[in-house]
Design a protein around this ligand. Structure first.
Ligand code: ATP
Length: 146
């Protein structure tokens, strides 16, 4: 089965570099499903969830906006921030959400309002991704005998 190499980098490090089956990226105007042999594409990414399918298994990452360049065999995501589900500190994300909600309520300055909304969006995406990890690792319910 053909694969596409997916690299995710931030300003200071390489976060991910694997040959994957496909992935779904949070494009600025909607989700973008990318398969091997995709046409060349350069686009802006929104803050959102990146879903990666590798060897038939799904993984999730939180992406805090950035750029994506796709070629038929290779894709690069240059993200402002990116965390694998296992690297997300859920308590920190919950605290960031509370701070951002408070800041959004208490400011009338448009720049501060926009910054609070962006911080809120980042925190909500991190919470969503961290909870998907929790759901995936939770044991299936045991069936009762009768
Ligand atoms: P906070 O207010 O908690 O710092 P933030 O949205 O301001 O959140 P960013 O500026 O987007 O944080 O990210 C700064 C760095 O911290 C990045 O390297 C990012 O990957 C990391 N980071 C942010 N929040 C979390 C989290 N909840 N768990 C793990 N890493 C995080």
């Amino acid at each position: 089965m053909p694969k596409i190499r997916l690299e995710i980098v931030t300003a200071d490090r390489l976060i991910y570099s694997e040959d994957v089956d496909s992935f779904i990226a949070p494009g600025i105007s909607g989700e973008l499903g990318i398969l091997p042999e995709h046409a060349n594409l350069v686009t802006i990414l929104d803050t959102g969830v990146l879903t990666i399918v590798k060897d038939g298994e799904e993984d999730y990452m939180a992406i805090a906006g950035g750029y994506m360049e796709v070629q038929p065999t290779h894709a690069v995501i240059l993200a402002d921030a990116a965390e694998r589900d296992s690297d997300i500190d859920l308590d920190r994300a919950e605290a960031a959400r509370a701070r951002a909600e408070e800041a959004a309520k208490n400011t009338t300055n448009i720049d501060s309002q926009l910054a609070a909304e962006a911080a809120l969006k980042r925190s909500l995406v991190r919470i969503k991704v961290a909870k998907r990890r929790t759901n995936r690792t939770r044991k299936p319910p045991t069936q009762s005998a009768g």
